[in-house]
Design a protein around this ligand. Structure first.
Ligand code: DGJ
Length: 721
């Protein structure tokens, strides 16, 4: 049993952690503990009070919403810190006082309606905590779902308007963590197009530090993941609390250190790009937040997230091995047609590549990025014999076939926009802003999704496809839905995301054997919402290895390498230099390998290298896909990036050390979580190591040249002598 309730105390237990809260006077859930596993049944709520903090007459100056570590901080009722819920009643007041109204423990879970959420297994349990606000008549159910094997707890809430009048939700935060006063840092993944998810670590100061997206996408700029760790925490030691959001649109994550040093960490829809009118009898579910605790440093936190994502978020593996793709984008851009793509297919087949991915440019009159998004039918000049027969000819060569789409977008220069100008998001009477010459379709309007479903059913349904790359190349500026009434316009972004998820689910059902790779101009929607439907995500549009390294490194804090799509390209003509081509490959095998170069026109020597690389990758793939990943050297704080994977059965360790730029001569050291009682052989050199020596760390020389790397493949060969 991972959930126990006694004497108004609720304890959630995972394999290595405990989370506990109790009801103050049987009414208000107050946080007690989150940390390493322990018996929490004897914990009690301490009195906490500061001058100037409002209090209930009945309790006096021993309990105040402003000082309590509340599980559900409410706006407008005495908590002056960041709150989780702001609800405006029909009388205009934003004061609410939700009081405990019972609980249930469920086997499995209840999913938020229309939103992605983690899949339960036979051990999953959920605590449904009911709270009632007597004045509005609203019932709030907070769902805590426990994924004990991964040390993960998720939370979201459902609001049911059981009152007599409409209310408006003006702020919604899915989970709130209360972290005891401690000298702490926080880690976030910041960036821009195309340098997403750079690791950033800062000291937690008194007051508010927050990250958010207002873009209608989880964004290149600030990924929804955040962690708070003790100031002395490193990759392998120290306490870490991590949080993430199963959502792909605008969000808010807040880290607030209050007057007493307590740190409130919360994530949710926030208020700036969200509002929701809840009429009498209606129900609203917010997206799910995911959190974890580890006493084993940042790597420990990442392991929890990685195992959780693999087991409970990602779709089932579509193929026994991930297809190594040859993508046409960086090789040919819009210059694709039947004949040159068949040459790509031949080159793929001959050089160990499994799939041809036809990127942008195959539809409507798409010869550049100014037109045709929305016109999802074949480009007649580029495919004179028809797309279906072309795909059959590719498949006849014995490789898989993938296709690019960008369903959420429309170009003003398209048949779709000319027929339905009211299907794009735009504020009435105002000239819409463009981005990459395109507008965003109104996915809050179910008719738009109906139309896309029937169009893709016809176009893609006629093709023998194995893979879809789903792209999204602009953010939402004017979030106005011509479909929604004025009083519901604040719902546009949230309803848009639900429309996107509806279409993803349709694709999954209509094309159950097809693998979906997500993309948003690279990694602009690299989040748990998208991972629910996509086997992997295009990490970034930057493929130059030096610039790629910090992106891949940062991504691993929150997401497993098996999601990270990594291509070897010809960026900066790197194929002309065998050393750089090798380095690009060593960089790419941090995740799932692919190619994005004009292989048919490459010299034989490059093709031979690709053949060697694809064969070598296959020998490593399993360990990269399923192994336990440890970061060692941080490329944001030093000149090297290094990491290693430990195979599922712990018999092998695959380690990579990457040095992009020449350095002054020095020794570097990598230590491993090896078995100290075992002996290992490095399969790449034949050299033998005692497990204890690997734990202690091996030392090797760095390089005084650019593009240097070291790899080790330690295999356990027996007991230590
Ligand atoms: C942005 C993606 O990140 C690229 O890989 C490519 O698919 C282009 N869009 C196509 O327009």
């Amino acid at each position: 049993m991972s959930i126990r309730v006694s004497n108004n105390t609720f304890v959630l237990q995972t394999e290595h952690t405990s989370y506990a809260f109790a009801l103050y006077d049987g009414k208000y859930p107050v946080h007690l503990y989150y940390g390493g596993k322990q018996d929490c049944t004897t914990l009690t709520i301490p009195n906490r009070y500061n001058a100037f903090s409002p209090y209930y007459k009945e309790y006096g100056m021993v309990y105040s919403p402003d000082c309590a570590w509340t599980e559900l901080p409410l706006f407008g009722n005495g908590d002056f810190r960041a709150t989780a819920l702001k609800l405006r009643g029909a009388d205009g007041s934003c004061v609410t006082d939700f009081v405990y109204d019972g609980y249930e423990i469920l086997t499995g879970r209840i999913c938020p309606e229309g939103l992605p959420c983690a899949d339960p297994d036979q051990n999953t349990q959920t605590l449904a905590l009911r709270m009632l606000d007597s004045v509005t008549g609203c019932l709030l159910i907070a769902y805590y779902t426990v994924f004990a094997d991964c040390d993960i707890i998720t939370r979201y809430f459902r609001l049911e308007n059981a009152g007599t009048a409409s209310v408006k939700i003006e702020r919604a935060m899915s989970a709130t963590l209360n972290i005891p006063p401690v000298d702490a840092d926080y880690v976030i993944l910041r960036g821009a197009y195309p340098r997403e998810r750079y690791y950033q670590r800062e000291h937690v100061a008194y007051g508010m530090q927050s990250i958010c997206s207002r873009r209608g996408a989880s964004s290149h700029q600030f990924n929804p993941f955040a962690a708070v760790c003790t100031h002395d925490a490193d990759e392998d030691t120290g306490e870490v609390y991590g949080i993430n959001f199963v959502y792909s649109g605008s969000y808010l994550t807040e880290i607030e250190k209050d007057q007493n040093g307590m740190i409130r960490l919360q994530t949710g829809l926030g208020e700036e790009n969200f509002g929701y009118l809840l009429e009498r009898g209606q129900t609203f579910d917010c997206p799910e937040a995911v959190f974890t605790y580890s006493a084993d440093g940042l790597n420990g936190m990442s392991h929890n997230f990685h195992s959780f994502i693999r087991a409970h978020i990602l779709p089932p593996e579509p193929f026994p091995t991930r297809p190594i793709v040859l993508n046409t984008w960086e090789a040919s851009y819009f210059d694709i047609d039947e004949n040159n793509l068949l040459r790509f297919a031949d080159a793929a087949k001959e050089n160990g590549i499994d799939m041809l991915v036809m990127d942008d440019g195959w539809f409507g009159k798409r010869d550049d990025d100014t037109s045709s998004l929305g016109d999802w039918y074949e480009h007649k000049t580029k495919f004179p014999t028809g797309l279906a027969s072309f795909v059959d000819r590719v498949k006849a060569k014995g490789i898989k076939f993938g296709i690019w789409i960008e369903p959420e977008m429309v170009n003003p220069d398209s048949d779709l926009y000319r027929a339905h100008p009211d299907w794009a998001l735009a504020a009435p009477g105002r000239e819409p802003l463009l981005s990459r010459h395109q507008m965003v379709l109104d996915f809050a309007n179910p008719a738009v999704i109906d139309y896309l479903e029937s169009l893709f059913d016809k176009t893609l349904g006629a093709l023998d496809i194995d893979y879809i790359k789903w792209d999204m190349n602009r953010n939402i500026s004017a979030a106005y839905s011509p479909y929604l009434p004025p009083e519901r316009q604040d719902e546009t972004q949230f309803r848009y995301m639900k429309g996107v998820y509806r279409l993803f689910r349709w694709f999954g059902e209509r094309f159950p054997k097809v693998m979906i790779e997500n993309c948003s101009g690279g990694g602009g929607r690299y989040d748990l919402g998208m991972m629910k439907y996509s086997t992997q995500i295009w990490t970034s549009d930057i493929t130059d290895p030096g610039l790629r390294i910090p992106i891949q490194h940062g991504s691993t804090y929150a997401y497993p390498p098996c999601v990270m799509s990594c291509h070897v390209s010809n960026s900066g003509n790197l194929t002309a230099d065998p050393r750089r081509l090798d380095f690009a490959f060593r960089t790419a095998i941090n995740g799932m390998l692919g190619y994005e170069l004009h292989l048919p026109d490459m010299p034989d020597q490059v093709k031979a290298t690709v053949r060697e690389q694809t064969a070598l990758y296959r020998t490593y793939e399993e360990i990269i896909k399923k192994g336990r990943f440890y970061r060692v050297h941080n490329p944001q704080t030093g000149p090297y990036y290094s990491y290693y994977f430990v195979s599922e059965d712990e018999s092998r360790i695959l380690a990579t050390f990457l040095q992009h730029k020449a350095q002054e001569r020095e020794d570097v050291r990598m230590a491993f979580r090896a078995d100290p009682m075992a002996r290992y052989t490095d399969e790449l050199t034949g050299k033998e190591y005692a497990g204890a020596a690997l734990c202690e760390g091996i030392t090797f020389e760095n390089s005084t040249e650019d593009y240097a790397y070291r790899m080790f493949l330690f295999r356990k060969v027996g007991e230590s002598l």
